[in-house]
Design a binder for this molecule. Structure first.
Ligand SMILES: Nc1nc2c(ncn2[C@@H]2O[C@H](COP(=O)(O)OP(=O)(O)OP(=O)(O)O)[C@@H](O)[C@H]2O)c(=O)[nH]1
Ligand SMILES: [Mg+2]
Length: 237
């Protein structure tokens, strides 16, 4: 019967880095049911950060990036011999379980994340994360925009109005109404990164009778990401 498992040999190209992107299933309804604060719910973001940390500890990636209900994981050491079915199913279920444990509140329905595998060349890593960071920015402007319009108009009118506006129109509209996106926290505009960083440890070398500095790495949650650049990624790996 094994021959019926026709997808089990589908593998990531040998020696390729991959990005696994997870996205919460129907989180629009989840947010409504759980009455998440609009446009940004601090507790929801804390949970997404904790999920990202759990993923980091479990799969030792190079970098994790999260905003809204999505998480991108850049992996150098591809797990499960590169088997796509294994990677997608294990990482998606790990993420859903971690989300449920970290959320620590009862839901009326189990949550799920979808998962996709994207083989990536070193040259394209920056473009990929810039693309997602642009989405985070659009999400931020639209989120604040619709939230403001809904405070003035019916839901339908607000949706119609926002559809006719581009990002700079929304920025302007918010500014005219006393909401300056420049003052909004960086993580809302640029997303959150999770990566290893070195910490300086001062110790005393007894043998040599002098102070000594060593480095220990820790998992850093960066809520003040810069706009992604070549320099940012070359400082990471
Ligand atoms: N209120 C609130 N909602 C949020 C927050 N973060 C994410 N969301 C919701 O999550 C949704 C994520 O967008 P999508 O992934 O495109 O929508 P989805 O409903 O999950 O649909 P699928 O991913 O296609 O299953 C947004 O539309 C928001 O409704 C938050 O901080 N507050
Ligand atoms: Mg989603």
């Amino acid at each position: 019967m094994k021959e019926y498992e026709i997808y089990s040999d589908l593998r990531v190209p040998v020696n390729s880095k991959i990005i696994v992107r997870l996205d919460g299933r129907s989180f629009h309804s989840f947010a409504r049911k759980m009455e998440l604060v609009k446009p940004y719910d601090d507790n929801f973001y804390k949970v997404m950060v904790n999920v990202s940390k759990d993923l980091f500890e479990e799969f030792s990636p190079l970098f994790i990036y999260t905003f809204s209900d999505e998480i991108s994981i850049l992996l150098d050491n591809v797990p499960f011999n590169g088997r796509i079915e294994k990677i997608n199913s294990v990482i998606a279920s790990f993420t859903s379980s971690s989300f449920s444990i970290n959320y620590n509140k009862e839901f009326s329905k189990p949550v799920a994340f979808d998962s996709r595998v994207i083989p990536i060349n070193d040259d394209e890593i920056l473009s990929y994360f810039k693309w997602r960071q642009d989405e985070a920015w659009k999400n931020c402007v639209n989120g604040y925009g619709i939230h403001f319009l809904k405070s003035k108009y019916s839901s339908e009118e607000a949706n119609n109005k926002i559809n006719g506006l581009n990002l700079s129109d929304i920025h302007e509209l918010l500014f005219e109404n006393g909401i300056n996106l420049n003052d909004v926290e960086t993580w809302k505009k640029r997303g959150i990164g999770v990566y290893r960083k070195n910490k300086e440890i001062k110790g005393f070398n007894k043998k040599e009778g002098r102070e000594q500095i060593s480095y220990r790495s820790f998992i850093n949650v960066d809520c003040n990401l810069p706009i992604f650049s070549k320099e940012f990624f070359s400082s990471l790996f």
